[in-house]
Design a binder for this molecule. Structure first.
Ligand code: RAM
Length: 425
């Protein structure tokens, strides 16, 4: 069963995208060229486009901080999505049928979603095709609810590049901010300022770690522990549970990647003959990802496996291995990727299997969560529910040691040659 196209652009939604950056021109040139190519393919597949406009300039200092070793949303996913998540080729944590839901805009408390809500989506950056799909999901949600989405961020995956967008949301008197945090804590002061001015804060994709203020809901893509452990299991299966392995990650401060890596390390204890020799960071930039990949391959010529828990990293690595096929005799690549980007590599045998969820559905769910919080029809109380349109009803999970109130989109899907044609994102 295929899901409906998740990116239909409807009236009443405005999207502003930043292409501006004060980063080095070399990085921007490479990133832009690759991102435009991939985004164009996705846009062609989805039949929609975004309106470009300027966004605030990146001016704040880069304030990277260390990420938590392992953040966990260990509560089972109690939700489902409308995506074709049933065709996993490997056992996944696929808990739970959806709570019986309604597709109306009425909240669990019986109130209605306010009309004309202004929601700022602040992705990790504006050029990553994964983030673009997620933002389009948010746009679809707000269109259904009679509100608008503004997408604003920088072109580099840093907190500094996101802070001007938070300030823009404050200036615009936004009702809610939905943010994929490039850093767990560096955004907190700005988000506190936003919260004090009445803006509801939702994190998606990559969580914040701000303590009690601002209070926020984390819209998690899938159970954090499940993602980390299943990545290791997937690789172990392919390499006979032995050999040197490495991780090609995104930004070193990315909360989501670091949380998954924490669980990967934990899971590796079950595989005494698999040794993690290095973790490198490509910053979700194709050029940087390629550079660190090449460094990895020359430092560890006997590498048996690479896990790249980022769509940018895995697609860059797959592209490289595709043109250096002799490496495939001894090296296996897996991770988290977009089926649309990975299809050709699966078909020609460069990659056997990898995982993901539907990023559009993630953005859509975050859009409903933001609108519901801004309307007072959802709360952060454990066990409270709210309807999320075509995705049915979601239940707020209890905070854990490392994650505040959260909801989970659903289990990840494993893609391989047998099922990849069924997915269009
Ligand atoms: C990249 C980003 C994003 C992550 C996906 C899997 O596009 O790092 O945060 O969730 O990969």
């Amino acid at each position: 069963m295929l899901e409906p196209p998740a990116h239909s652009t409807k009236r009443g939604t405005s999207v502003s995208r930043s292409r501006s950056s004060h980063r080095t021109s070399a990085r921007q040139t490479v990133t832009t060229a690759l991102a435009i190519a991939s985004t164009a393919a996705l846009v062609a597949a989805c039949g929609s486009s975004s309106t470009a406009s300027t966004s605030p300039s990146a001016s704040a200092a880069d304030t990277a901080s260390s990420a938590p070793a392992a953040a966990a949303s260990s509560a089972p996913a109690d939700t489902s999505s409308a995506s074709p998540m049933a065709s996993s080729a490997a056992p996944m944590d696929s808990s739970a049928a959806p709570t019986a839901g309604t597709s109306s805009a009425a909240g669990a408390t019986g109130g209605a979603i306010k009309k004309g809500l202004k929601v700022y989506f602040i992705p990790k950056d504006t050029q990553n095709p994964y983030e673009v799909l997620a933002d389009k999901g948010g746009q679809k949600a707000l269109t259904e609810l009679g509100g608008t989405v503004t997408v604003s961020s920088g072109t580099a995956d840093t907190a500094a590049a996101q802070i001007p967008s938070i300030q823009a949301a404050i200036q615009a008197h936004a009702d809610a901010i939905v943010i994929a945090a490039n850093d767990p804590s560096a955004l907190c002061p700005s988000l506190n300022q936003a919260a004090r001015s009445g803006i509801k804060v939702v994190a998606f994709d990559s969580d914040l770690s701000c303590g009690s203020t601002p209070s926020h809901l984390f819209v998690n893509q899938a159970d954090t522990q499940t993602i980390g452990t299943s990545e290791v299991d997937l690789l172990a299966k392919e390499i006979g549970s032995k050999g040197q392995i490495a991780i090609l990650s995104a930004a070193a401060s990315a909360t989501n990647q670091n949380a998954w890596i924490g669980y990967m390390k934990q899971q590796l204890a079950k595989y005494p003959n698999m040794k993690l020799v290095s973790t490198v960071y490509g910053n979700d930039d194709p050029a940087t990802s390629l550079t660190v990949l090449q460094g990895l391959l020359s430092a560890y010529p006997h590498l048996a496996g690479i896990i790249s828990p980022t769509t940018v990293g895995i697609s860059t690595a797959a592209q490289y291995l595709d043109t250096h096929k002799s490496l495939l005799k001894t090296l296996t690549l897996t991770g988290l990727g977009l089926p649309s980007q990975m299809k050709s590599y699966v078909k020609d045998g460069t990659v056997k299997s990898f995982e993901l969820w539907n990023p559009s559905n993630l953005g859509y769910l975050a859009g409903y969560a933001a609108a519901s919080l801004a309307s007072g029809t959802a709360s952060l109380t454990t066990g409270s529910t709210f309807p999320a349109g075509m995705l049915k009803t979601y239940t707020v999970l209890a905070p854990t040691a490392s994650t505040g109130p959260s909801i989970v989109l659903g289990p990840p899907t494993v893609f391989d040659a047998a099922n990849i044609d069924q997915f269009n994102f």
